[in-house]
Design a protein around this ligand. Structure first.
Ligand SMILES: Cc1cc2nc3c(=O)[nH]c(=O)nc-3n(C[C@H](O)[C@H](O)[C@H](O)COP(=O)(O)OP(=O)(O)OC[C@H]3O[C@@H](n4cnc5c(N)ncnc54)[C@H](O)[C@@H]3O)c2cc1C
Length: 508
């Protein structure tokens, strides 16, 4: 417990969480679940401060002015290997808000549709053998070479690939441009938000090993069947309020304060835009990396010990060096449904994923049939006018699906967030900051924190739980608290023998 917290025996220590994205809400949920042994009351007084009028952060929605429908900025999907996100949803009673799919439909212009489905009885990683054979646009020879690349990857440790970008490693292991375009790039670009030239092979290995190879069910796709604003912005926030968390939306934090002279026991506080100050024993900074950089810069640094000043400088440099990657969501209303499949992975096209409306599911056909196309990273149409991109993609959809041939596009909206995710380069991977900081009262959360995950909802949930763990460690250093971060799915016996470091804790 901090000095100020210890001195105030009459109240529970206060935690202010800055940022109401998934990371901030995950931290709040983890701490709200802690009860005092003495009176069984919540151990912490928690205030969650969010700048926008609704929580959820990047996992949010907007109202389309033309259709008046609530639409997610961009379709989000999770995978079966996202154990922390799925447990958060379970704990909050929100599991029903996601639908699980154990098969994927792929489309390639050369052969049309293919089904990717893991074998129902073979153990991991052999369960993927037949799934790969199902991809008709890969010749037998290509499938053999991809299996060879997958085998090399499974037999290589995290450390052995961590200095490589994914493109270099793949080309050194026989994965040529055609194999990349038909197999590796579609998976890696949508999971990591950028092309293999720009992302670390360690992150790519994590996607392939944890997301596909290590355990049955890891590659299941979980798609929200409610809008993200309903799942996170309304329902999860309501659960937090019921657990005693005070939620302050529409309040931007402009400064974080605390005296830093050695031995200083002064309170920390956050200062809101209107000057209001909220005192805290612990502050969790749970914003994206750019807002974190601005707020970390507001810390008053006089009289800091050298080690802390050095940490601060390093953190500021790391945050400034994080490069953003864009993701575009093309929201398309057609006069008919384009495909019977709930979602299709599109290979060899500008479109990367097509989703049929998972929320309304065509309940109001008069409004048109909503579809969303997702494109991660930069692409040849990145700098073109929005309608050129829409034209290109609708042309691809008409060519891909028989039902779409004569479909009329009624309305469209393109939303691109240029900083959707961070670029997980080999250089960044080793420098990502940890949740605990040398300032005992300050903790970091957010998908950019060192979780071993790329920028994902899972990474955000883990980072929030890490920040909560960091507080618990500070408050009772002698007692060992049970870990809040869950391990990944337990790998099968064969996977543990075949995959190096399978089931070991991800690097922190
Ligand atoms: C287009 C797009 C598609 C994506 N697709 C997927 C996907 O399919 N699957 C997946 O797992 N992930 C996906 N992601 C990534 C995922 O959304 C993020 O990794 C995750 O939501 C990050 O959560 P966070 O809490 O770390 O950060 P954020 O969501 O950025 O939350 C930070 C919060 O802090 C608030 N804030 C900032 N400054 C202040 C301040 N000064 N005071 C108070 N509050 C402040 C912000 O308003 C925001 O609400 C996608 C992201 C985007 C943008």
């Amino acid at each position: 417990m901090t000095g100020s917290a210890a001195s105030s025996a009459s109240r529970h220590p206060r935690v202010v969480i800055v940022g109401g994205g998934i990371a901030g809400m995950s931290a709040a949920m983890a701490l709200a679940g802690q009860r005092s042994a003495e009176d069984d009351r919540p151990s912490w007084e928690i205030v969650l401060v969010e700048a926008k009028s609704a929580a959820g952060g990047r996992a949010g929605s907007f109202t389309d002015p033309a259709s008046h429908e609530t639409i997610d900025y961009c379709q989000h999907v999770a995978m079966g290997c996202c154990t922390n996100l799925l447990s958060l949803l379970r704990e909050a009673g929100l599991s029903e808000c996601f639908t699980r799919y154990d098969e994927l439909h792929f489309y390639h212009p050369s052969t049309g549709a293919s089904l990717f489905r893991a074998n129902g009885w073979l153990p991991a990683p052999l369960h993927l053998h037949s799934a790969l054979s199902g991809l008709k646009y890969l010749s037998r020879r290509q499938q053999r070479r991809i299996r060879g690349g997958l085998w090399r990857l499974m037999r290589t440790t995290h450390a052995a690939v961590s200095d490589f970008d994914a493109a270099t490693w793949l080309s050194r292991h026989g994965q040529d441009a055609e194999l990349r375009a038909r197999f590796w790039d579609p998976i890696l670009v949508s999971a990591l938000g950028d092309v293999p030239e720009c992302v670390s092979m360690a992150a790519a290995r994590k996607v392939i090993v944890d997301g596909f190879a290590a355990a049955r069910g890891a590659s299941d796709v979980w798609v929200p069947n409610r809008t993200l604003s309903e799942v996170f912005g309304t329902t999860l926030i309501q659960v937090l309020k019921e657990r005693g968390v005070r939620v302050r939306t529409g309040n931007s934090v402009r400064e974080i304060r605390r005296g830093f002279a050695e031995g200083d026991t002064g309170e920390a506080s956050v200062v809101l835009g209107d000057g209001e100050t909220i005192a805290a024993d612990h502050v969790i900074l749970a914003t994206n990396w750019r807002a974190a950089s601005r707020l970390v810069d507001t810390l008053r640094r006089q009289s800091w010990p050298l080690a802390i000043a050095r940490w601060h400088r390093g953190l500021m440099e790391t945050l400034a060096s994080i490069e953003p990657s864009p993701i575009s969501g093309l929201h398309l209303w057609f006069d008919r449904p384009l495909t019977p499949h709930p979602h299709v992975v599109m290979v060899g096209t500008t479109a990367q994923w097509l989703f049929r409306d998972p929320v309304r599911q065509g309940t109001d056909p008069a409004a048109g049939h909503y579809h969303q196309v997702v494109i991660s990273g930069r692409h040849p149409f990145s700098d073109a006018a929005k309608n050129a991109l829409v034209e290109r993609v609708t042309g691809e959809l008409r060519a891909a699906f028989p039902a779409a041939k004569d479909a009329v596009l009624l309305h469209s909206r393109t939303v691109t967030d240029p900083a959707s995710v961070f670029r997980i380069s080999p250089d960044l991977e080793s420098r990502r900051p940890s949740a605990a900081t040398p300032l005992s009262w300050l903790h970091l959360a957010g998908d950019y924190v060192r979780t071993g995950w790329p920028a994902t909802m899972e990474g955000a949930v883990i980072s929030g739980r890490q920040a909560a763990e960091s507080i618990l460690r500070q408050s009772s250093p002698s007692s060992s608290c049970s870990p809040l971060v869950l391990p990944g799915l337990p790998p099968g016996r064969l996977a543990r023998r075949l995959i190096r470091e399978c089931g070991s804790t991800p690097p922190r």
